[in-house]
Design a protein around this ligand. Structure first.
Ligand SMILES: Nc1ncnc2c1ncn2[C@@H]1O[C@H](COP(=O)(O)OP(=O)(O)OP(=O)(O)O)[C@@H](O)[C@H]1O
Length: 592
């Protein structure tokens, strides 16, 4: 098979053209991409200029070097690897065919990201119809995936677990021509515990670097052709360093200069500098975690709320935001799946009458738009539906866990609310990265309890500083019994008539809805568990012993004593474990 010719990097990268330093002053054709592809990017996808990171990285990827890319969120990293792969693959002569099997493999951490990358790939391939895109991921029908793999997929997007499954069990999966392996959001893949799976995958594909090859696993179906591996990661740490060491050969590192206000990206050839060993990455990682590059147009604020008033404040802020701007999208992050389920159900069920008139037509939901939820414990189909529908809605609210924190590109998200704190500062950056993408406006709001306020110093340490949100003004804008709070005297949030009124209304409502109450109980228990799970330095800020469990219960609209809530949850989970044990021993009896 003919290999594509190497192109020279003639691209001039500079800030300014096309949008506030995000875009390069060159065109996609200056980067050496095929004219059809450039035209398609411009006319069909609306990409006039490459972003800075695209201008830096595309020529290097086209040149065939292994690459490690580290860049800010929402800067167009997907095109960094997809465009060169499509460009190089369309030049193959004779043309690639389905029977040639898979040429490029893109590994991603989550199902949603898998669907998203596949979507971009499909769009890119409209002008090269003979190159077939496809995806495999957890939750999908294995038999259907096997059939698709048998037919042949030229560029395959996959989650690690399911890919490994097919490598082991699908004999018709042809990867003898595999040339590219891409790890997108590599840090997240590793954080999710896929490290071992990824190493096994590399062994299966015969793509571990020479010194590290585990011969016993070396597969005869692979390794006939030279490989080009690409690793994209927002953070560099020991695990990413290890993956880079075992998967990249003499790589070029491309990333943003970690120093603030620097417009020109940093390009560092680690391969040349340290002879193929990425010791340098470790040293660099500590620098990179010092400061994060966040979009300058992103408005970042925090709101200081005592624990017992959190729920009322969240609902008030959401109502205020959607009243101010009816057509917008907001994402709210929670620490646990149970918390997402509870708040989602509450928002859908709870109705209240602003004028306290009992007629049904006076009753309103807190937010008028559609709400969605997304977390890892949902049924696969529900997850898929929520992802697609929230993507296409113009005005909507998404309640989610960190499953949506990485890589997802929901268009037009105006505001990110971190109702539960993100923990590591890097996670903060990823969550807020779902808004203010590629020069668009965006706001981020972080909820903190007064005892957690030191978290702001932690963020500041990473170059992230937040201003206080004008909560009093928003709370004062709500009326109780048709009257607004006009008293100029400052009263505490906890004794504000609106807060007292809504809290009481919520507690009464939840106490009469048995399903919702159960969700609240579960959410309370898992929230406390998640709070205790903060690690390292963060334990000093998020101290469980400083929590008032009665106030935590209030934040889930519960009147019950927290100890009762805890006990009933323990009884429930013991029952669940007993049932699970019974089911397993029943299965064993059946199969033996
Ligand atoms: N050259 C370009 N011109 C205009 N828009 C672009 C360009 N490249 C990418 N985009 C758009 O920018 C958005 C962000 O791209 P992408 O999701 O690839 O960013 P990312 O860097 O991978 O983000 P994250 O770090 O959050 O994963 C997408 O909506 C994409 O369509």
């Amino acid at each position: 098979m003919k290999e594509p010719k190497e192109k020279k990097n003639g691209a001039e990268v500079a800030a300014g053209a096309g949008g506030e330093g995000l875009f390069a002053s060159c065109s996609f054709s200056d980067l050496g991409l095929h004219p059809f592809l450039c035209q398609h990017l411009r006319d069909k996808m609306g990409f006039e200029f490459p972003t800075q990171i695209q201008a830096q990285a595309i020529p290097v990827v086209v040149s065939g070097r292994h690459v490690l890319v580290n860049a800010a969120t929402g800067t167009g990293k997907t095109i960094v690897y997809l465009a060169p792969i499509v460009h190089l693959l369309q030049m193959y002569e004779p043309r690639v065919q389905r029977s040639d099997g898979t040429f490029a493999l893109v590994l991603v951490p989550t199902r949603e990201l898998c669907m998203q990358v596949h979507g971009v790939l499909q769009k890119l391939l409209h002008c090269f119809h003979w190159i077939v895109p496809g995806y495999i991921m957890g939750g999908e029908n294995r038999a259907k995936e096997k059939a698709r793999l048998r037919k042949g997929i030229s560029i395959l997007v996959a989650t690690p677990g399911r890919l490994l499954d097919h490598l082991k069990n699908t004999s018709s999966f042809n990867y003898t021509n595999l040339h590219w392996i891409v790890f997108d959001e590599a840090d997240r893949i590793l954080e999710l515990g896929f490290g071992k799976a990824v190493e096994e995958i590399l062994d299966f594909l015969g793509s571990r670097q020479a010194d590290h090859v585990c011969k016993q696993h070396m597969n005869t179906k692979s390794a006939k052709f030279s490989r080009q591996n690409l690793l994209l990661s927002a953070t560099l740490n020991d695990k990413v360093n290890h993956l880079a060491n075992i998967s990249l050969e003499n790589p070029i590192m491309i990333g943003m200069d970690c120093k603030k206000d620097s417009a020109v990206p940093l390009k560092l050839s680690l391969g040349d500098a340290v002879g193929g060993d990425l010791e340098g990455v470790g040293a660099l990682s500590s620098q990179l975690t010092e400061n994060y590059n966040l979009p300058s147009q992103l408005v970042q604020r925090y709101v200081k709320v005592s624990c017992g008033s959190r729920l009322v404040v969240l609902l008030s802020i959401l109502r205020f935001a959607f009243e101010r701007e009816t057509s917008q999208k907001i994402v709210v992050f929670f620490s646990t799946c149970d918390a997402v389920d509870f708040h989602y159900s509450l928002l859908n069920k709870f109705k209240w009458s602003p004028k306290l008139q009992p007629e049904a037509n006076q009753e309103q939901k807190i937010v008028g738009c559609r709400s969605f939820h997304l977390h890892g414990n949902m049924e696969h189909e529900d997850r898929r539906k929520a992802f697609h529908e929230f993507t296409s809605e113009k005005s909507a609210l998404l309640l989610c866990t960190d499953v949506a924190a990485r890589g997802l590109d929901f268009p037009k998200v105006r505001c990110i609310i971190q109702y539960d704190s993100p923990g590591e500062a890097s996670e903060y950056v990823h969550r807020v990265g779902r808004t203010a993408r590629l020069g668009e406006k965006g706001e981020a709001l972080l909820f903190l309890q007064p005892v957690e306020i030191d978290y702001l110093h932690d963020l500041q340490h990473h170059g992230v500083s937040l201003k206080e949100y004008p909560l009093q003004k928003i709370i004062d804008s709500f009326s109780v019994h048709g009257q607004k709070h006009h008293n100029k005297k400052l009263i505490s949030l906890e004794t504000h008539p609106w807060v007292l009124f809504l809290q009481k209304t919520l507690e009464t409502f939840i106490s009469t809805e048995s399903k919702l109450k159960k969700l609240a109980n579960d959410a309370f228990c898992s929230w406390v568990r998640a709070y205790t799970a903060h690690r390292g330095e963060l334990k000093r800020i998020f101290m469980v012993k400083k929590l008032h469990l009665g106030h935590v219960a209030r934040s889930f609209g519960l009147k019950d004593q927290p100890s009762l809530v805890g006990r009933s949850h323990q009884i429930e989970s013991k029952k669940r474990k007993r049932d699970q044990k019974k089911a397993i021993s029943f299965k064993r009896r059946k199969s033996s």
